[in-house]
Design a protein. Structure first.
Length: 93
């Protein structure tokens, strides 16, 4: 990602970066995929205030992904040294 961002800066100058997984409240899950007791307060695995923000953000994602000047980078494979590729699927996110 860092190399791609450097190329974009050279080509376009200043711009914003939005990483949806990191910018939006996700479900709080343990390594086995089960809700973490300290944060699991509703069916979504988020505090009620986080769930409100999550749902509001979901309604705005189309603006990011459909804008004609948006570059979207997708992680399509895990790095070979990633210790547990199934962990993400178990997380429920």
């Amino acid at each position: 990602v860092g190399r791609a961002l450097k190329l974009l800066v050279k080509s376009f100058g200043r711009f914003a970066v939005f990483i949806d997984f990191m910018c939006i409240h996700q479900r709080c899950r343990g390594a086995g995929g089960a809700p973490q007791p300290r944060t699991h307060t509703d069916e979504g695995g988020r505090y009620p205030a986080e769930d409100v923000l999550f749902k509001r953000a979901l309604g705005s994602l189309g603006a990011f992904y459909s804008h004609p000047e948006t570059f979207v980078f997708m992680l399509t494979a895990f790095p070979p040294d990633y210790d547990d590729p199934a962990r993400y699927r178990r997380s429920g996110n």
